[in-house]
Design a protein around this ligand. Structure first.
Ligand code: PGA
Length: 305
């Protein structure tokens, strides 16, 4: 069979997401380009790989078989890349890091400090949400992931820094400046929330459910940046990581509400599949982050309660 690795990668991404749109976003290709790769692959294979039922696509039997083998091939290729990177050592190595979108507020500073120490190293940074990260981890598609809530099962997670979630409001909000606001007071308030798949959203939902308080999610947005703008414009309250708020707090564009039970105390984790074979650069970045993130980052902190 004469298919290419490119076609297999496109197929693997479409099969994992069961969506051409999400696969093309991940691969940084247009949707027609991805469809073309799949069509060519189907011609080589001689069988259809997907079938469309209503609006959704599904794998055919042949597609399922091919998905099984393409995951194994992708894992082997990434291991080969690892071995070659190891041979290049720290002088010319390459590092691929995938981070939850919230971590993007500090990871570039971490990378800059690391690259200053190891000047030949180049880095690819993939920014996505928690759910997509778990999928990437499942196929061992990066050196390391940084996230706020690793899956409880297989991957190995090293906590390296606190990640408090706080409630934000515009400075002229009636609750701004009040001390010890009872959680129940938020029951009627409108909230601007992150999209499904976000770790911030999952933790927030869990917190309110555990405390038996139903908030009204009136708006949904795909990034912390959009939520900050929306809260500032008076669209509702928001729950975000303190690490996204450095500038807005300094400029008094947003304030943190002093609500009982908040901040939700969480951590940032470096995550990798169990038994991961690290390149030299991957291992160096892991150790660097565990040992030095605290000094390098100078992020805002909250007083301990
Ligand atoms: P996210 O952040 O909301 O950008 O997915 C990760 C997390 O805090 O768990």
């Amino acid at each position: 069979m004469n298919f290419t690795f490119r076609q297999l990668k496109a197929f693997e991404a479409v099969a994992r997401h069961l969506s051409y749109t999400r696969a093309s976003e991940e691969l940084h290709l247009t949707q027609p380009a991805v469809s073309m790769q799949i069509r060519q692959l189907e011609e080589h294979v001689g069988l259809p790989l997907f079938e469309q039922i209503g609006k959704r696509i599904h794998l055919t039997d042949a597609g399922r078989e091919l998905y099984h083998y393409s995951c194994a091939i992708a894992a082997q290729v990434s291991e080969l890349e690892m071995v070659l990177e190891e041979m290049k050592g720290l002088q010319r190595g390459h590092l691929t890091i995938a981070v939850a979108s919230t971590a993007n507020y500090f990871v570039p500073r971490l990378i800059a400090a690391f690259c200053q120490r190891h000047q030949g190293v180049s880095v690819t940074l993939e920014v996505t949400n928690r759910e997509a990260l778990l999928n990437l981890l499942a196929i061992n598609a990066m050196d390391l992931a940084i996230m706020g809530q690793p899956a409880s099962s297989d991957p190995v997670a090293h906590p390296f820094m606190e990640n408090p979630l706080v409630i934000i409001a515009p400075p002229d909000h009636p609750l701004a400046g009040e001390k010890g606001i009872p959680l129940q007071r938020l029951a009627g308030e409108g909230f601007v929330v992150r999209e499904k798949g976000s770790g911030t959203r999952a933790s927030t939902e869990r917190f309110f459910a555990e405390h038996g308080v139903a908030i009204r999610a009136t708006q949904q947005m795909h990034s912390s940046e959009a939520i900050k703008q929306a809260v500032e414009a008076g669209l509702g309250l928001g729950v975000l990581s303190l690490h996204t708020l450095e500038m807005e707090l300094a400029l008094n564009r947003l304030v943190i509400l002093d609500v009982e039970g908040f901040p939700i105390r969480r951590h940032w984790y470096l995550v990798h599949p169990r038994g991961k074979r690290f390149s030299k650069v991957g291992e160096a970045f892991l150790n660097f982050t565990l040992e030095e993130a605290g000094h390098v980052l100078h992020l805002p902190t909250l007083p301990r309660s």
